[in-house]
Design a protein around this ligand. Structure first.
Ligand code: PMP
Length: 344
């Protein structure tokens, strides 16, 4: 068949250009306008498609990869899926070291994409030989012709968002954005988007969302890694027990922390109120917005963009599972609709 503009050569063509969607009901009492940057619309269902394809494309251009080579990564799941998908399409072998905190659904997804998955304990320090960082590093040393993506310490992670997410947000808001709210894991999304946006308008305020149990917010405030901040938490993909160089702390105005419990309720609320079936960190980002409203961060003229990093389907055995919620001691306050259906 002849080349046809309406046919994509492969799935990688569909990465990026994700929609910006107005939030309506969940923000109805908040001053200003709120928009979700809906990253679940990427073919791998998360923002991580952007970094996988950018980092691998660049390594190919620099002659660092040839067909049949092995690509290794540490991941909370999403980056793994995006890297595995890109490897299938481009013809590389994919090995992933993941945290045992990752949901079983995510691990199955990685295996379904043909990746070799090593599950490593989440409750050990980053420099412990059992941690997923150390396991990935060791595999990289042992396997010839392998490339380690190393998203937490790879500048190209920031670049991927500087080149795509940032410009998309600027265009989609016609340059009217006043605030960017984004979760910070590797920090690539927030740093790259912020770098582009602040080049266009340095007055845009950039607020990162961190988890209780993570060192990121305190490091931003003090420049010190405080190990006392570290304890286990449930949200996957947000916060960290180390300082990633893929975070440009200078460009982020402030961080706020959110709880596992409130973030979980808000993720569920996004489905019920906006019909948006998005992941746990989207709930965390939106919980952050709620806290910022309480702090009087926004006024009626503001145009607030909130990044929703991934799709809810990855959390069916967690946030969207009532039994899991109960097991965590999360007892969602009864909603009017629930009360109504309970009437005998
Ligand atoms: N949400 C989810 C679900 C993620 O997997 C990640 C990536 N770890 C993030 C948010 C944070 O994105 P970034 O790593 O670019 O800071």
């Amino acid at each position: 068949m002849q080349k046809n503009d309406s046919i994509h050569e492969n799935l990688l063509d569909l990465i990026g250009e994700t929609p910006m969607i107005r939030l309506n009901r969940i923000t109805s009492d908040f001053p200003g306008n709120y928009y979700a940057k809906f990253e679940a619309h990427n073919p791998g269902h998360s923002s991580k498609d952007r970094i996988a394809v950018h980092i691998i494309d660049r390594a190919e251009k620099e002659g660092k990869l040839k067909p049949g080579d092995t690509i290794i990564e540490t991941t909370s799941g999403n980056t793994g899926f995006s890297v595995a998908m890109t490897c299938v399409i481009k013809g590389y072998k994919c090995i992933l070291a993941v945290s045992s905190k990752s949901s079983p659904d995510k691990i199955s997804l990685l295996r379904s994409m043909g990746a070799e998955v090593h599950v490593c304990p989440s409750n050990v320090p980053a420099d412990d030989p059992r941690s997923y960082y150390e396991v990935a590093k060791k595999l990289h040393q042992q396997i010839p012709n392998s490339m380690y993506i190393n998203q937490y310490f790879n500048e190209q992670n920031i670049d991927a968002h500087y080149l795509t997410t940032g410009p998309e947000i600027w265009e989609q808001t016609n340059g009217k954005i006043t605030h960017l709210i984004a979760c910070s894991g590797t920090g690539g999304t927030i740093s790259g988007s912020a770098r582009y946006l602040k080049e266009q308008n340095p007055n845009i305020k950039v607020i990162g969302i961190d988890a209780y149990g993570s060192v990121i917010q305190k490091y931003h405030e003090t420049g010190q890694l405080d190990k006392d901040e570290i304890f286990p938490y449930r949200i996957e993909g947000l916060g960290k027990n180390l300082i990633p160089s893929a975070t440009d702390f200078q460009i982020i105005d402030k961080y706020i922390k959110v709880t596992d419990e409130e973030s979980a309720y808000v993720a569920r609320d996004l489905a019920k109120k906006e019909g948006m079936f998005v992941g746990y960190t989207s709930g965390a980002a939106m919980q952050g917005v709620k806290q910022l409203v309480e702090e009087n961060e926004f006024n009626t003229e503001d145009e607030v963009v909130v990044i929703f990093p991934d799709h809810g389907s990855r959390y069916m055995s967690k946030v969207f599972n009532d039994q899991w919620m109960e097991e965590q001691g999360f007892t969602e306050p009864k909603k009017e609709t629930d009360k109504h259906t309970n009437v005998k």
